[in-house]
Design a protein around this ligand. Structure first.
Ligand code: A2P
Ligand code: 11C
Length: 363
């Protein structure tokens, strides 16, 4: 028997990715609900060769839902995710609404799968740029420990949603008027100024906090410490938006606990890690790039080299599809881990399902 699944934000860039990946991975879904705003209600979506009608997300839609994937913005999650949990669904939330809540596990399965055991119905999926960074650092940490991380990101516009892709596409055709191209969305919808993203690099993702870091940068700092369970880890981030449709890139400097750590050992740990592809051969100009990571599941690592001054410190370049490992795929991997570990409500550890009639009797 399969599960009743809901996707909230089904028409969005991540929601579409979730639907596609559920189908591709043959996720055991008996029934699927596509939910979005009132604007999309009534329009159609295809899934598994069948046509579905998109419905407006509302509390009662979650009655009988086993797993709900949320990707419709933080305010929708804040309003509806607790309702879905109350109605018995396990929610996997792609927004930042609950990530730093101490009662909500923040999960990248290959890093901290065991934290799923603590869930109370709500599990947070980290920010896309955080996921690919911790996935690449985890094999290193397991082998050599980790002390300090400094990351600069080169992020794709799809991280800002489907409308941002439209803005890049539109501006990209206007070679003559590059600096004056009409901009209404990026860097941040609702901020005071907007800048063209085509032919540009914008050092602002999300709004600024008073300390001069942006919220995207704070997400990378705080989420990394939480996922890795290392509040003492030193992390600094600079996040930049580039005119790339999909695929975030990151230049990462990291210091291990082992002054004698070497690139051969790091290479070996990365090669053995699940979900990581090492693409690192300067002689043949082999390194990861977003154009080639788009549509792929893995996190790609290249340009590994030791720091010239600090023993045990290194640099590498990490690229992943921000809509897949950064969002849809990681969410589905969380759901798959919950099923495999017997952690969905009413589920026994052997994977067979068992519901209570409310009096503690299995039915
Ligand atoms: P809709 O298409 O009906 O606006 P993206 O991040 O790519 O911009 O997508 C955002 C997703 O969130 C879309 O599926 C959008 O649906 C959905 N959404 C936005 N506002 C709401 C809302 N109030 N209730 C439910 N879904 C919403
Ligand atoms: C971006 N990382 O690329 C952001 C989007 O917290 O899930 C992810 C927002 C989030 O713009």
């Amino acid at each position: 028997m399969g599960y009743r699944v809901a996707i909230v934000g089904a028409t969005g860039a991540v929601g579409q990715g979730i639907a596609k990946k559920l189908e591709e991975r043959k996720f055991p879904a008996d029934d699927i609900l596509f939910l979005a705003s009132a604007r999309s209600a009534g329009s159609k979506m295809e899934f598994g060769g069948k046509e579905y009608t998109i419905e407006e997300a509302a509390p009662e839609r979650f009655d009988g839902v086993d797993i709900a994937f949320f990707s419709a913005g933080g305010s929708v999650s804040k309003q509806l995710a607790p309702e879905a949990v109350r109605r018995g669904a396990v929610v996997i939330d792609n927004t930042s609404a609950f990530r730093m809540d101490p009662d909500t596990p923040l999960i990248v399965p290959e890093v901290n799968r065991e934290a799923l055991k603590e869930h109370r119905g709500l599990i947070a999926n980290p920010n896309c740029s955080t996921i690919q960074m911790v996935a690449a650092l985890e094999p290193v940490r397991r082998k050599y420990g980790l002390k300090k991380v400094i990351v600069s990101t080169y992020q794709a516009v799809s991280g800002a949603g489907a409308a941002a892709i439209g803005e890049l596409e539109k501006q990209s055709t206007d070679m003559e008027n590059r600096a004056g191209a009409e901009a209404g969305l990026l860097p941040v919808k609702g901020d005071k100024k907007h800048y063209p993203i085509a032919f540009n690099a914008v050092p602002q993702i999300d709004v600024f906090s008073e300390d001069g870091y942006t919220f995207e940068e704070w997400k990378m700092i705080n989420e990394t410490k939480k996922i890795m369970g290392m509040p003492e880890l030193s992390v600094a981030a600079t996040c930049v938006r580039l005119p790339v449709v999909t695929g975030h890139s990151e230049s990462i400097y990291f210091e291990t606990d082992e002054p004698t750590a070497d690139t051969a050992g790091i290479r070996e740990s990365l090669q053995r890690a699940e979900g990581i592809t090492l693409m690192d051969d300067p002689e043949s100009q082999t390194y990861p790039m977003p154009l080639f990571a788009e549509g792929k599941d893995d996190v790609f690592v290249g340009r590994l080299r030791r720091d010239l001054d600090t023993p045990g410190a290194f640099h590498f370049w990490v690229v992943a599809d921000n809509l897949l490992k950064g969002a849809a795929l990681n969410s589905i991997q969380i759901a798959e881990a919950l099923i495999a570990d017997g952690l969905l409500k009413g589920e026994k550890a052997d994977g067979s399902r068992q519901y209570s009639d409310g009096d503690g009797h299995a039915v």
